[in-house]
Design a protein around this ligand. Structure first.
Ligand code: GLU
Length: 433
């Protein structure tokens, strides 16, 4: 076995002994779940899947569907329009509470039932069957395989779902649900009854952690800005009325469901899912809360945690004197985000010749550049040119594309040698006094 699987197994074995919590029984089919079922799965950004215990036991997705359907409605309506219909504030109330704004009837957030029912109704399709087909296909794309519906859970849920019907009728009468309440809850019941395993959920969580690209299939399921919004709502509202404590202790965007499923996404690291039916008083799976607490602590995953400094970005900063010319050369590697670019700009200032001369920025080992930093860097280069320096950038397309739209005041070369050769072209300048 590999070390990741080893540590999942060790944790799984230890936490199997936890006997607290109660299996949900308000939907009769859910009461049949085995409290000893316990599965863990983790999927890395490279698409590697690690499992322990009953990671392939099927169960109904329940509320873990909510963030994904929210992402679907976001891509259909856009953030501003969706916000008019469904809020983004934690309600502090249980999942099935009547958390509606007094004046408008707008539900507090999409992670509780009222908000989820309203969100389901907003998925843009002509009729309920097409709407559910689209939801199922979307969930399947996240999981990387065709998901089906547990018809027994669906029937059980539909037979006992009066509270959800009541929520839908309330929203309809308040003017915050613009679709047929019966049809809407029926679609919502089907959505909750989609059958998944912990492994499926881990792939779905990993797709969120990976900016919307399923790391197993390689498909871009949804765009990155939509993932950012979805993860933010999960972080503030994903864990029922235990959301604040969860963010404090574990610090990862997550969503749980009454059947005992839970997902958590650690952006750019991995997606993790747990299946364990006994729930704590807030409705969160007891073993999952304990397991995620350990994982987050062990790997320093809390989103407020100060990450260790990354490998050096600036790998060289020097002033060359060649042929009577002063050439400042800065070399960088890796990915340029705010912190890295700030260090790079500082290095540029250090090596820039005092009198008009030459500056070479070697970005050939830079793998990615965010647009904001690229634009900032382009402004610094423009300033150098304005002060009379000849500026050469050796870079892959990444930087050139990210800085697109800025006036190009520098020459671009594909290698450092070409950039340096350009500095030495033409007659040598007259010696400075
Ligand atoms: N189908 C469930 C309900 O609405 C989902 C609840 C949940 O998982 O929180 O009652």
């Amino acid at each position: 076995m590999d070390p990741v699987t080893d540590s999942l197994h060790e944790m799984h074995q230890r936490l199997s002994a936890l006997r607290e919590g109660k299996v949900a029984d308000y939907i009769p089919q859910l009461a049949l779940a085995d409290p000893d079922d316990f599965g863990v799965a983790l999927v890395s950004m490279a698409g590697h899947v690690y499992r322990a215990g009953k990671a392939d036991t099927p169960f109904s997705i329940q509320s873990v569907s909510k963030p994904f359907v929210y992402a679907l409605a976001l891509s259909d309506l856009g953030p501003q329009e969706l916000l008019r219909h469904v809020g983004v504030e934690p309600s502090g109330n249980p999942f099935n509470a009547i958390s509606l704004e007094p004046d408008t009837g707008r539900p507090a957030n999409p992670m509780i039932n009222a908000g989820a029912i309203a969100t389901t109704a907003l998925v843009r399709e002509s009729d309920p069957a097409a709407r559910f087909a689209r939801i199922r296909a979307f969930l399947s794309a996240f999981a990387g395989r065709e998901l089906d519906v547990d018809e027994d859970v669906y029937a059980s849920e539909a037979a006992t779902g009066d509270r959800n019907r009541a929520l839908a009728y309330l929203m309809h009468s308040a003017g915050s649900l613009h679709a047929d309440p019966e049809e809407t809850v029926d679609t919502y019941f089907r959505q909750c009854s989609v059958r998944v395993t912990a492994t499926d959920l881990a792939v779905m969580a990993a797709t969120l952690a990976n900016g919307g690209r399923n790391p197993v299939t390689g498909n871009q399921v949804v765009s990155e800005p939509i993932v950012v919004r979805t993860l933010a709502v999960m972080a503030s509202c994903g864990m029922y009325d235990g959301a604040g404590q969860w963010l404090l202790d574990i610090g990862l965007p997550a969503k749980s469901g009454v059947s005992g499923g839970l997902i958590a996404a650690s952006p750019a690291r991995f997606g993790v899912a747990i299946y364990s039916p006994p729930l704590d008083p807030s409705g969160n799976p007891v073993r999952a809360v304990a397991a995620l607490g350990e994982v987050s602590e062990r790997f320093g995953l809390h989103i407020m945690h100060m990450p260790g400094l990354r490998a050096a970005t600036v790998t060289g900063a020097e002033r060359l004197e060649r042929d009577g010319r002063s050439i400042g050369v800065v070399t960088a590697q890796g990915s340029l985000e705010f912190t890295e670019t700030e260090a790079l700009m500082h290095a540029l200032r250090q090596v820039t010749p005092s009198a008009p001369g030459w500056v070479v920025l070697d970005l050939t080992a830079v793998s990615a550049v965010l647009r904001g930093p690229a634009v900032g860097l382009a402004a610094v280069l423009a300033d150098l040119a304005e002060r009379g320096h000849h500026v050469a950038v050796a870079a892959q397309q990444t930087f050139v594309e990210a800085a697109e739209g800025r006036p190009r005041t520098w020459e671009v070369f594909s290698t450092r040698a070409d950039a340096l050769a350009w500095c030495l072209e033409g007659p040598a300048p007259a010696p400075q006094e």
